[in-house]
Every structure is written in C-alpha cells, then in structure tokens.
Design a protein. Structure first.
Length: 319
C-alpha cells in the first residue's frame, strides 16, 4: 500500500504515528570538537528518532552536514548549528522537517544558500543566519516561511536585497539587517512586513532613504538607523510610525533635519531619540516637550551614553 503513496504522503503518515510518542528528547552534542557526522546512527538509534525535538550541534568544527542526518526526524523543532565552520548547506537538509520551528546557523562561513533550503518549513518562526559571509539574499529563499517572526541576517556582507525578498513574511516581528554593506533599500522592501516591531539597519552604508520607506511598518516600535552615511531624512518618513518608541540616528552625516520630520511623533509613544552629542543641542529645539520623555546623547569617542536631556529641562536652560 505504501508503495502507491508519494514521498510526502508517506512522511506525513509516519509523522502521525510518531506523534503518539514523547516529544521531549534532546540530542546535545554541543562543544564536542566534532568535525564530521557521516551517519545519523552516530547521534541516535532508530528507537528514539521519533522522539527527538531538539538537536544541538553548536560550537563544533563541522564544515558540512549531510542531508541524511535529519532523515525521519518527524518531530524535530529546534536545530542549533551555530558556531561551526560550515561553508555549505545541502539544499534538502531541512526538507523532511515539517515541524521545524527554529534554525540557528549563525557564526559559520556560509557564502550562499540554496533557494529551496526552507521550501518545506512553513512552521518556521525563527531563522538566524547572522555573522556568515552572505553577499546577497535570494528573492525566493524565504518564500514559504509564512510564519516567520524573527529573521537575523546581520553581520554578513550583503550589498543588495531584492525588492520582494520579504513579501511573504507577513508575520515577521523582528528583522536584523545591521552590520552589512547596504547602501540603498528598495522602497518596497518592507511593504508586506505589516507586523514588524523591531528593525535594525544600523552599521551599514545607507546614504538615503525613500520617504515612503516605512509607510507599511505601522506597528514599528524600535528602529535603528545609526552608524550609516545618511546626510538627511525626508520629511514624512516617519509619519506612519505612530507606535515608535525608540529611534537611533547617531553617527550619520546629517547637515540638517527638517523641523517637520518628527511631526507625526508629537502624539505618538516615542520615548528615546539617539543622536550624537554635538547634534543634540542643534536639533533638540525642534521637538515639542510632549513628543519625547528623553533624548539620549551619545559620545562616539567613548562609546557610551554621556548625558540624558529631559526635553523640558533643556528648553528651560536655553531660556
């Protein structure tokens, strides 16, 4: 009977049988100086395969992972492969892991990822690809990750992200794109990220932003644009970000900021604005006392907060 079923149907049937077993097993091989795993039997025997929920292979010396390692692990939800020496990932490594929720591949040496790497993983909620050597993001890489809530791409070498790379990520809440080499962003990049709460774009080479860049990020609470090459920001850029609480702008190249730039924030929940020490006095007079509870000045030489300006106090001192 099974021979008449296609591969996916057979996997689902086996998974249903295994759901009756315990789902609390963890395979912990963290920090064991492992250089290679050639067979699944090196980690576990067939008797426990259906029970495995978590596999931790972090902090080893792995340079590659064979796709057979995860075969028949129908309940596997958490995979930790961070802090290894991985230079490549098999295209079908996660294809049978329909219950997969979290993958950590950070701190490896990955330069490219196959378009279909996450093709079967519609339940993925967290993907960490930070601090690898990725130079681009394939437009279809996250196409089926419709439940993704956290995506980390920070600490790579990404210069460009296609306009529709995140178009299916409607559940995304946290996006890390910091410490890359981005100079510009498509104005459509965050169009579908309507639930985004935290966006980190700091430590790139951004030299301009479209005035509609964040128009669809209506739930945005934290936005970090610090350590870029911005010389100005168009008025209205933050008009739709009425829930914004923290905004980082320090260490850019601002010559001036329009007095209308923060007009929508006067009735919002903005609490903290990060600026360079020398910029604080220059721009602070633009803000209504009701706009923010504090402005934080940052000393870029000492890399620490040097003073908190309560807006009311600062304006009284000027008077």
């Amino acid at each position: 009977m099974a021979s008449s079923l296609n591969k996916r149907e057979e996997l689902i049937r086996k998974r249903t049988m295994n759901n009756e077993q315990s789902s609390s097993s963890e395979i912990n091989l963290k920090n064991k100086s492992i250089e290679r795993i050639s067979s699944p039997n090196e980690m576990f025997n067939d008797a426990v395969r259906g029970d495995v929920v978590t596999i931790d292979l972090s902090f080893n010396r792995l340079t590659r992972i064979d796709a057979s390692i995860f075969r028949d692990l129908f309940n596997l939800r958490f995979v930790y492969l961070n802090n290894n020496r991985l230079v490549e990932i098999a295209a079908d490594l996660f294809h049978e892991l329909f219950e997969l929720v979290s993958v950590n591949l950070s701190l490896n040496k990955l330069t490219i990822l196959d378009t279909n790497l996450f093709f079967s993983n519609t339940n993925l909620a967290e993907v960490n690809l930070s601090f690898n050597r990725l130079s681009s993001v394939n437009v279809k890489l996250f196409k089926n990750c419709v439940n993704l809530r956290m995506l980390r791409l920070d600490g790579n070498r990404i210069e460009h992200i296609p306009s529709y790379a995140f178009e299916t990520l409607v559940m995304l809440e946290r996006l890390y794109l910091s410490y890359n080499q981005l100079e510009q962003l498509s104005k459509y990049l965050f169009k579908k990220c309507i639930r985004l709460k935290e966006l980190y774009l700091n430590n790139n080479q951004l030299n301009e932003l479209d005035a509609t860049q964040f128009d669809y990020c209506v739930d945005l609470v934290k936005l970090d644009l610090s350590n870029n090459a911005l010389s100005g920001i168009e008025p209205g850029t933050f008009d739709k970000c009425t829930k914004l609480k923290e905004l980082g702008l320090f260490n850019n190249r601002f010559e001036s900021l329009s007095s209308t730039l923060f007009r929508s924030l006067s009735s919002s929940s903005l609490q903290t604005l990060w600026l360079d020490t020398e910029q604080t006095g220059r721009f602070l007079s633009q803000f209504d006392p009701d706009t923010m509870s504090k402005v934080v000045a940052r000393d870029m030489e000492k890399q620490r907060v040097v003073k908190y300006y309560l807006v009311e106090q600062f304006q009284e001192e000027k008077a």
